[in-house]
Write a protein that binds this ligand. Structure first.
Ligand code: ZN
Length: 304
């Protein structure tokens, strides 16, 4: 039984009432309870089972990355509105006292802080690229990660979070290997969601590039079919939610970080990411807020 009539706020309030999420006062940030986390871990394990053939190296990176990565990949040109640079206080004793007074007086204090060398990570695969040079064999390499990412998109809509986890796979290798791998996963990802009773469909997509110039970048990304998403209705039937995203970067990251194959040939990369909270929410919306009542076939798949 669907949890709600595909309504964003009713779905949010339903999850809160069922105890699955705990609001903390800022839109897009909330706590998750043990039921939510159990479903998330089980879904993540189902992805791992699906990927056995990939023989991927597994890593976890912290939610902060070197700020230079954002600069090198042009993130601030394309998505400055989503960035979460980390700032700290570099002043002396007197400045600290002034800062404290301003805060206690309820004033603004952002200009007393200065940018640090780290930033919150906006894309699960970013921390990987600086580690790849010299590690990619001629047949290519696949790496998987489970990372927290940050996007500055405060919204009361529960699938639009400021911080969430992505189970990511990245392939780096000869272009034909990378494209074949991406196409295999597009099928696998859609099939996994369908096998969990979710009405998934794949579609060409584009990123939310900033400003007028961004519209052209998005159009060209669509035309070249560089981005696909697998979508599932969660808060709307007409505008289903992207639960899984597939990106072919061509040589964008290999050029930026000097990643080449052993024979010096060009390497390309592609990545795919399951938005874990969104996949969990899609399950709750489709089958109801109590996993104990979910269809047997879905339960067997997640709790084998
Ligand atoms: Zn990625």
């Amino acid at each position: 039984m669907p949890a709600t009539e595909y309504d964003a706020l009713k779905f949010h309030d339903g999850m809160v009432k069922a105890g699955l999420i705990v609001p903390v006062g800022v839109p897009g940030i909330f706590g998750r309870n043990h039921v939510f986390e159990d479903v998330l871990a089980r879904f993540d394990a189902a992805v791992t089972r699906l990927a056995t053939d990939d023989r991927a190296d597994f890593f976890v990176f912290p939610p902060t990355i070197e700020r230079r990565i954002l600069e090198k990949v042009g993130y601030m040109d394309s998505f400055p509105q989503l960035a979460g640079t980390v700032h700290s206080f570099f002043g002396k004793e007197l400045d600290a006292r002034k800062l404290s007074e301003r805060i206690h007086a309820g004033g603004a204090w952002g200009d007393a802080m200065a940018i640090t060398d780290v930033s919150l990570n906006p894309a699960a695969c970013y921390p990987l690229y600086p580690t790849l040079p010299g590690t990619v064999p001629s047949g290519g390499r696949v790496v998987t990660m489970l990372n927290w990412v940050f996007r500055h998109e405060p919204s009361p809509e529960p699938t639009r979070m400021q911080a969430f986890r992505v189970r990511e796979y990245v392939a780096c290798g000869p272009p034909e290997m990378v494209i074949r791998w991406r196409d295999t996963w597009l099928e696998r990802g859609k099939h996994l969601l369908e096998s969990l009773g979710l009405p998934a469909k794949a579609d060409v997509a584009s990123d939310p590039f900033f400003g007028k110039g961004g519209k052209m970048l998005a159009a060209s990304q669509r035309e070249l079919k560089l981005k696909f998403e697998v979508l599932v209705p969660v808060i709307s039937r007409e505008n289903p939610t992207a639960c899984c995203s597939f990106n072919y970067h061509e040589a964008k990251f290999t050029d930026a970080f000097g990643i080449a194959l052993p024979d010096g040939e060009t390497a390309h990369t592609a990545c795919l990411g399951f938005g874990l909270e969104r996949c969990v929410m899609a399950l709750f919306q489709e089958h109801g807020f109590d996993p104990g009542t979910w269809p047997g076939a879905v339960r067997e798949k997640l709790w084998p």
